[in-house]
Design a protein around this ligand. Structure first.
Ligand code: NCD
Ligand code: ZN
Length: 344
C-alpha cells in the first residue's frame, strides 16, 4: 500500500512549553494534529482551570492562518489541588483531565504529588465525575533502578490505587514496558495508555550502543527490545485502550547535548510519519487509523474528527535541526535519518 488516507489524527500527550517556544511548537504540532492534550508542566505549572484557559489563549495566538487546532488542556496535580477544582474541570469547555507527576519524576515535576495516598480526596472526585487522571507512572526513590521505575509504580502505587478506586478513568502515559501493557490489558475499559513514536521505533541499544545518543533520552527511559516488541504488538493490535500520544518534549540542542542532558524527544514535526514507519515495519499500517484517530477521542468522550489526511510511502529526510527560541536550535527525533512515509 503506497498511499493511505486517515481520519485526521490527534495527539493525546504533547508539550508545547510557553512564551517564545510556542512560535516553534504550536505550528509544528498543529500541522500534524487536529487536537492535542497540552501538558501542564510549565514553570510555574498550570494548576487551575483559569490558568489553563489563559495558557490556551497563548497557544491559540500561534496557530498558523488557515489551520484548525483545538488544544485540549490539563491541570497539574499538586499536594494542594482542591477537590473542588475537579467539578470545574468537568464543567469546563477546554479542560479535559488532570496530570499527576510524582514529585521529581521528570522535567518540571518538582511541584508534583509527594505521596498519592495524601490526595485520595481529589481522586475520589475524579472517579465520581469521571474526569480522567493522566499518570506519569514511575516511582522516584533514589534506590530504585531507572529501568525498573515504571514496573515498581504499577506494583506499589497503581495497583493499590485501582483497588481503592476501581471506576477511576485513567491514562497511563507513555508506557514503556510489557508490564505496563499487561496492566492495561488486565483492567477494564476505564484504563488506557498512550504510546510514543520513540518507544515503538527504538530501544535502549539505539540510545547507548556505540556512544551515548542524548536525543534518544526521554523519560520513562527507552527499555530493552522485548519491551519495544510488546509495545508494537499492543499498539498495532486494534485494541482501543492504546492510543497515540507523542510526548513530543522540546529541549534546545544545547540543553540535550550537555554533561547533564535534559529528558525529552522532539517528534512533533514528523510525528504521524514516524508512527506510520513503526506500523508499516510491523506489517500493520491498516491499524494506524484506529490508534491515531479513533481510540483517543472515544476514550475522552470527544467526537471523532471529520476531515482526513493522506500519507504516501515516499522517502523523506528528517532535518538535522530546526530554529528554536531566540537563536537556538532544536534537534528533532531521528534527525538526519530517512523515513519512508510523508504526509501530504
Ligand atoms: C517531558 C518534558 O520534557 O516535559 N520529558 C520527557 O522525557 N518525556 C516530561 C515527561 O513527560 O516526562
Ligand atoms: Zn510528557
Amino acid at each position: 500500500m503506497n498511499t493511505i488516507t486517515l481520519l485526521q489524527p490527534d495527539d493525546w500527550h504533547a508539550h508545547l512549553r510557553d512564551g517564545l517556544a510556542l512560535e516553534r511548537t504550536v505550528p509544528d504540532l498543529a500541522k500534524q494534529f487536529s487536537r492535542a492534550i497540552c501538558m501542564p508542566n510549565l514553570v510555574p505549572p498550570v494548576k487551575t482551570v483559569e490558568e489553563a484557559e489563559a495558557y490556551r489563549s497563548r497557544i491559540m495566538a500561534h496557530v498558523p492562518e488557515g489551520i484548525e487546532f483545538d488544544p485540549r488542556m490539563v491541570l497539574y496535580f499538586t499536594d494542594q489541588t482542591s477537590p473542588k477544582e475537579i467539578l470545574k474541570i468537568k464543567k469546563s469547555e477546554h479542560v479535559n483531565a488532570i496530570k499527576l507527576y510524582p514529585a521529581g519524576a521528570t522535567t518540571n515535576s518538582d511541584n508534583g504529588v509527594s505521596d498519592i495516598s495524601k490526595v485520595y480526596a481529589v481522586i475520589e472526585q475524579l472517579e465520581k465525575h469521571q474526569v480522567p487522571l493522566l499518570l506519569h507512572g514511575e516511582v522516584t526513590h533514589n534506590h530504585v533502578d531507572i529501568f525498573d521505575r515504571e514496573k515498581r509504580f504499577l506494583d506499589e502505587v497503581l495497583s493499590p490505587l485501582m483497588k481503592q478506586f476501581p471506576g477511576l478513568k485513567l491514562v497511563l502515559e507513555h508506557i514503556t514496558t510489557s508490564e505496563a501493557a499487561n496492566f492495561v490489558l488486565e483492567h477494564d475499559r476505564n484504563v488506557a495508555a498512550t504510546i510514543t513514536p520513540q518507544h515503538l521505533l527504538f530501544n535502549r541499544n539505539d540510545m547507548l550502543v556505540g556512544g551515548v545518543k542524548p536525543h534518544f533520552y526521554c523519560l520513562p527511559i527507552l527499555k530493552r527490545q522485548t519491551h519495544q516488541q510488546t509495545l508494537l504488538e499492543v499498539a498495532t493490535s486494534g485494541n482501543p485502550k492504546f492510543f497515540l500520544g507523542t510526548d513530543s518534549a522540546p529541549h534546545s540542542k544545547n540543553a540535550k547535548e550537555n554533561a547533564c542532558g535534559c529528558a525529552g524527544c522532539y517528534s512533533a514535526p514528523t510525528a504521524i510519519e514516524l508512527y506510520a514507519q513503526a506500523f508499516d515495519q510491523a506489517g500493520k499500517i491498516d491499524r494506524l487509523e484506529g490508534f491515531a484517530s479513533h481510540f483517543g477521542a472515544d476514550f475522552y468522550g470527544l467526537p471523532r474528527n471529520t476531515s482526513t489526511i493522506t500519507l504516501v510511502k515516499e522517502d523523506q529526510i528528517i532535518p538535522e535541526s530546526l530554529d528554536y527560541l531566540d537563536g537556538e536550535k532544536i534537534v528533532p527525533l531521528y534527525a538526519g535519518k530517512t523515513i519512508q512515509w510523508r504526509k501530504l
